[in-house]
Design a protein around this ligand. Structure first.
Ligand SMILES: *Cc1c(COP(=O)(O)O)cnc(C)c1O
Length: 224
């Protein structure tokens, strides 16, 4: 028998250690599916695409918090270009000074201070998004004077593997960066959230210090 979204959500929430926040990764899901998750206790919805986010926001509105988790360059620019920043409570995937300062400017226009996470390319894969581990501190220094964004932590995807155990070193590396920045007490950068782990890897991510996990498939079922 196939379990319902409600059952999945309740099970995941019951099993998550205290202090770990669940982001429902909701790409390609219908409003009623997301409402079912919210009714079961999901508080944060993650959105990759602006069009989908707009549609969902119309029906769901402030019944959840909205995190932008889009990783492609195009979609990040889409986020800035279109008038949607008002709906988001956090942008998890900032990975360059350019994007950060553009976001800052847009947020200034709408009088908003946007919490952000820095996306780390923990696999050091040149074709992928995220700032390289060695460049994180420099990026933080460069964006520290921006008044309308507030760095709240780090996010990573990590390389994709069949065996989630292979993700562990990338989570460990990201955690090290997180702890390191924490001890530096940088201006305008609070290391509160460490967002890593998805359906196949979140348990390992939590063992390695994640306090925010982004889960889609295990909650909503396989995507088409
Ligand atoms: C889709 C997505 C997830 C969740 O993936 P699942 O494997 O379905 O749990 C997490 N993070 C990001 C950025 C995603 O796009």
């Amino acid at each position: 028998m196939i379990s319902t979204i409600k059952e999945n959500a309740q099970k995941i929430l019951r099993e998550l250690p205290e202090g770990v926040e669940l982001v429902a990764a909701a790409k390609q899901r219908k409003p009623e599916e997301i409402m079912e998750a919210i009714e079961a206790g999901i508080k944060i919805v993650g959105q990759n695409y602006i069009g989908e986010a707009r549609t969902l926001y119309k029906t769901i509105g402030k019944r959840a918090k909205w995190h932008f988790i889009g990783i492609s360059k195009t979609v990040k620019h889409d986020l800035l270009r279109r008038n949607v920043l008002q709906m988001f409570d956090m942008i998890e995937t900032i990975d360059s000074e350019g994007i950060a300062s553009e976001l800052d400017g847009r947020c200034a226009q709408i009088n908003k201070i946007m919490p952000i996470l820095i996306e780390i390319n923990s696999g050091r894969e040149p074709q992928k998004s995220g700032v390289m581990p060695d460049n994180v501190e420099e990026l933080l220094a460069r964006i520290s004077s921006l008044q309308n964004i507030k760095v709240m932590g780090l996010m990573t995807m990590g390389p994709r593997f069949g065996d989630p155990e292979e993700s562990r070193p990338y989570f460990i590396e990201t955690r090290k960066i997180f702890d390191n920045i924490k001890t530096c007490n940088l201006f305008n950068a609070e290391m509160k959230y460490l967002s890593m782990g998805m359906t196949n890897s979140y348990k390992i991510a939590i063992e390695e210090g994640a306090n925010m996990v982004r889960i889609g498939t295990k909650l909503f079922g396989e995507r088409k």
